[in-house]
Structure formats: C-alpha cells, structure tokens
Design a protein. Structure first.
Length: 177
C-alpha cells in the first residue's frame, strides 16, 4: 500500500506542478471546484491527512494551494512511519487502515481531476486502480449521503478499475476528452 500511496501522492504533486496560472479558473471534473479551489482542497487535505497519521488535530480548512508540494511530501512521510495504520483514528473514529485508503483515493482521484482539467497526462497503475475502486465501492453510499461523491456515472463493463472508481465517485471517466 505504501508504494501505491507514494505513486498517488507524487503523481498528484507532479500534476499540481504542471498547472499554469492561466488554468486556475478552469472547471474540473470535481463538481463545484475550479482548478484553484481543487489545488487548495488538495493542499488542505494533505495537511489534514498528515495530522491524522500523527494522531493530531487536523488544521483548520484553508484554500491556499501554494504549499501543496510541501504538504504532499509531509503526508507521504507521515503515512510511511512504522505502526501508522495500527488502531483507530481518534479524530474520525475509523480504523487507520481505512483512513490511509481515504488518502490514497483522495490523491489518486483528485490528481486525475487536476490532470483532466489542465490537459495533462495522468496514469494510475492497475494495483492502485483496484485498491481505489474497492475503497470507493465500499464508501460510495456513505460518500453520497455526505455530499463527497456525486451520483454514480455508468461506465462500460470492460472499464478499468480506476475508471470504475471514477464512475462510482460521480465522475465521468471521459470528461475532457
């Protein structure tokens, strides 16, 4: 799982680095977010997930997208510590293994969102796609109730696992093509 998380976080950071200033107001496949807002969301979630890994209180939500690369490195370091997935998150009341799956899904899916919005290449390997699809399938009903996921978008029967995850999260895998 650490290799998948590393690929997802570094992939999202690479896409973020490739965003130009003239793209910040573009829409994204993540409903309600333009590129600037999604970058800010990613930066804040990285800081939040780092705090959760360290069993600290998450920071207040902010929209500053500038520190994403620094925060991406910090979240990856925090989730690489020995024993990080043991026990339950004191803040969320969920097993830490589930919280780590949340980090993986958030980084992989939002990395895809940013790439699609800005015309960048973005690949998710098969193992990561399978892991994200399994997580999203289990969380989709709750995610929809919480407003985190949109309504399911149907995908082809032979769609990749990651495309299935995108559809389950309310995204059209063909967005922007």
């Amino acid at each position: 799982m650490n290799e998948m998380l590393s690929r997802a976080v570094t992939g999202a950071a690479a896409v973020a680095r490739g965003v130009r200033d003239d793209q910040l107001d573009l829409p994204t496949p993540c409903d309600g977010f333009d590129v600037r807002e999604l970058l800010g969301h990613l930066a804040w979630t990285a800081a939040m997930f780092e705090a959760l890994a360290r069993r600290e209180q998450p920071p207040p939500q902010d929209a500053d997208h500038a520190p994403f690369e620094e925060r991406a490195a910090a979240v990856l370091a925090a989730w690489s510590e020995p024993g990080v997935t043991e026990g339950t998150s004191p803040t969320l009341g969920m097993p830490m293994t589930v919280v780590r799956q949340m980090v993986l899904g958030d980084m992989a899916i939002h990395g895809w969102d940013l790439a699609r919005a800005t015309g960048q290449d973005y690949e998710v390997d098969a193992a990561t796609g399978e892991a994200v699809a399994a997580f999203v399938a289990g969380m989709a009903p709750r995610g929809r109730r919480m407003g985190v996921f949109g309504e399911e978008v149907p995908v082809a029967e032979d769609a990749s696992p990651f495309d299935r995850a995108l559809g389950l999260s309310g995204r059209d895998p063909a967005w922007g093509r």
